[in-house]
Design a protein around this ligand. Structure first.
Ligand SMILES: [Zn+2]
Length: 332
């Protein structure tokens, strides 16, 4: 098989760069591509990371897994593009200073477009033809700490089997909290635009895909990297690419409604809750101070599951304090 024009024989691995653009200072813009092709035939699982340039934990999980997996143990092919947005990565930023576009709103991309649209096109046109399954790795932004969770979307236009397979992949990944977002009823619930997102485009092309949200951005978070490292292998086991049993927890939380909680005042926040915890209605979430006094206390208006909490204490009115689930069920 060929990936980005590189021939990959059974029982071999590839570690290469793909040129996706050029800079004014005469350097090429390149993205890394790592492939392991097992000796036995099987599906192609494609992992993508750092489409937002400061979201780094998935990148390291992929790198570690690439060198730990033995080709003789693998059925099928694992393709890793751990760094989709090198210009944003260079700027330690979610988006690139070349065009200020969110690359995860540009798929399927445009070969005649701006930098982010061109990279999106280069990656998606290859992935669309080669991938049977996709996992897209993200993090919350660098101001937050977060418990690792998955997001699978019910995408209008995708086959029922695609929506079901994406869900079973998230379950196999094996983290406790999982967000299930029905795009038909999710208007206003998600942050920002959702069209042009890689996971949605994959689903519309009937390539089962989910997002794994791995902690906060701008740092290595070793426990979260380990969760991703094990989660990828769990999914590979569930797809028949590796032998063994997936190590999913017996109970998992399926969050069907979620939202950001925002501060109404400015000041210095001390969060009273940790990501990954439940807070009953009326429970204290955060206290905000100035240099003389408490200026506000924020309480839960309903039972909540805290997905992510503000890590940086600086808040202005309108800033996000926490990302929470407020409707969920447990699934076995
Ligand atoms: Zn992201």
């Amino acid at each position: 098989m060929k990936i980005f024009g590189y021939q990959v024989e059974p029982g071999t691995r590839l570690c290469e760069y793909v040129k996706v653009g050029e800079l004014a200072c005469f350097s090429d813009i390149r993205i890394p591509v790592l492939v392991i092709r097992g000796e036995q035939a099987g599906p192609t699982l494609w992992l993508t990371g750092a489409v937002h340039g400061d979201e780094l934990n998935g990148l390291w999980a992929m790198r570690r897994l690439f060198w730990d997996l033995a080709v003789k143990d693998l059925r099928g092919t694992l393709v890793l593009t751990p760094l989709l947005n090198p210009m944003a990565f260079l700027a330690r930023s979610k988006i690139s200073p070349l065009d200020y576009l969110d690359m995860d709103q540009q798929f399927p991309g445009n070969p005649q477009g701006l930098y982010s649209e061109r990279v999106a096109h280069a990656v998606f046109s290859e992935l669309r033809d080669k991938a049977d399954y996709v996992i897209d790795f993200h993090t919350l932004n660098h101001l937050f700490s977060a418990t690792p969770y998955t997001v699978s979307k019910i995408v209008p236009g995708a086959a029922d089997s695609t929506n079901k397979t994406a869900l079973s992949m998230t379950r196999a990944f094996g983290v406790y909290p999982n967000c299930r977002v029905d795009l038909q009823s999710a208007s206003g619930e998600l942050p920002g635009a959702t069209s042009g997102a890689l996971d949605i485009l994959c689903m519309q092309h009937n390539i089962p895909c989910f997002m794994a949200e791995l902690g906060g951005g701008g740092r290595w978070d070793e426990p979260v990297i380990q969760v991703a490292y094990e989660g990828i292998q769990n999914v590979m086991v569930s797809l028949g690419m590796l032998a063994g049993e997936p190590l999913a927890p017996r109970k998992q939380l399926m969050i069907t409604k979620r939202k950001f909680l925002r501060s109404n005042v400015g000041g210095l926040v001390r969060m009273a809750v940790e990501p990954g915890s439940f807070v009953p209605a009326g429970g204290l979430l955060a206290t905000i101070y100035d240099f003389w006094q408490e200026v506000d206390r924020v309480y839960a208006e309903q039972d909540l599951f805290v997905i992510a909490a503000c890590f940086n204490p600086v808040v202005s009115s309108g800033d996000r304090l926490a990302f929470v689930g407020y409707e969920w069920h447990e699934a076995e």
